[in-house]
Design a protein around this ligand. Structure first.
Ligand code: GLU
Length: 339
């Protein structure tokens, strides 16, 4: 009897918490009749974390959203895009459930999955899932000509933006500097500003150079190279030891044709990574399936949405990922004969 009584109380309290009204809540309820719920199909809202609006992640999120939202009535999925601090921020926000998808650098994906670098204290990000990879990104070092910087080794003593905390480029800048024996804490004046603000600061003479890991062409680099202060890309060569140490880095070139304002006349040597599209194991299979299917089934239309996608093939969009593939993406790849 006592047990039943306790159970009754528990149920009442539970119900009160769940509905937000109990015996006292009833008093507050007015007597107007609640209209019958209109028949609408449920819409799932998902958000893609990107980067600064003058990068390539932001238009990439926009391109994916545009393609997928055309079928929002079929799938009941509505995609929105958010400008963020970049790769590291995106991974952490996806893991916290604040974002459902994100564009992140392949190297940061690797570090998160393995609990290294920015995730050394937090440990392995077991729930991180890969969906596909997108455009190549290069570690781009933009320098003012009057600062006399033509190569990374000349950054000593200069004021340099290495990237905001939360960005992917910050650790790339640190790795690159370290490979040349430059300590960012003591050998230069390091700034931690967002990539979208760096071009303005360079043009205003408030920094000498900045790093940005980005696809080309990007609005930020166009802005940096088209102002009155003359600017060039500084090369990062002799990186064999760096590439040997970090398997996700590969040699890359910055195509100067996109930036007629820069002083360089030939493509610039550097190293690079890939932009990848990730999610969480907690995001439902049908949502990830819908996003993957729409991007791949409309591959030609998707490719036309940004010039950085020219090099994309369906096959190379399945390369460069270290997190396990999300089952929703895998289902599509199997159906399409890509896996
Ligand atoms: N690679 C940069 C980052 O991870 C973002 C580049 C972009 O927005 O295109 O923070």
């Amino acid at each position: 009897m006592r047990k039943i009584f306790i159970l009754c109380i528990t149920l009442t309290v539970g119900l009160a918490l769940f509905t937000g009204c109990g015996p006292s809540g009833e008093e507050q309820t007015d007597k107007t009749e609640v209209p019958a719920t209109p028949k609408t199909t449920k819409t799932t809202f998902v958000t893609i974390g990107t980067g600064g609006i003058t990068g390539v992640y932001y238009p990439t999120g926009g391109a994916i959203a545009k393609i997928v939202n055309r079928k929002k009535d079929t799938y009941g999925v509505r995609v929105t895009v958010e400008s963020t601090g970049g790769s590291v921020f995106n991974i952490n926000a996806i893991m916290a459930g604040d974002l459902q998808f994100g564009v992140v650098q392949s190297d940061r994906q690797y570090q998160a999955v393995n609990g290294l670098a920015e995730w050394k204290d937090k440990g392995k990000q077991e729930d991180l899932r890969a969906v596909f990879s997108v455009h190549p990104e290069s570690i781009t070092l933009v320098a003012a000509v009057d600062a006399g910087i033509e190569d990374i080794v000349e950054l000593k003593g200069k004021r340099v933006n290495i990237g905001n905390i939360g960005s992917g480029q910050r650790q790339n800048s640190i790795d690159a500097l370290e490979a040349f024996g430059i300590d960012y804490n003591s050998d230069l004046i390091a700034e931690g500003i967002k990539a979208a603000e760096a071009p303005g600061l360079l043009q205003d003479g408030r920094i000498d150079a900045f790093f940005y890991t980005v696809g080309h062409p990007s609005g930020a680099i166009k802005e940096a190279t088209s102002g009155p202060r003359k600017v060039r890309f500084a090369s990062i060569t002799g990186v064999d030891s760096l590439l040997a140490k970090y398997p996700y880095y590969a040699k890359a070139k910055i195509p100067v044709k996109f930036y007629p304002g820069a002083l360089n006349t030939e493509d610039v040597d550097t190293f690079g990574v890939k932009a990848t599209f990730v999610t969480s194991a907690k995001v439902p299979d049908e949502v990830v399936y819908a996003v993957t299917k729409e991007v791949f089934d409309n591959f030609d239309a998707f490719k036309k949405l940004h010039p950085a996608y020219t090099v994309l093939t369906k096959e190379n969009m399945l390369e460069g990922m270290s997190a396990p593939l999300h089952p929703g993406a895998m289902k599509y790849y199997k159906e399409a004969g890509l896996q």
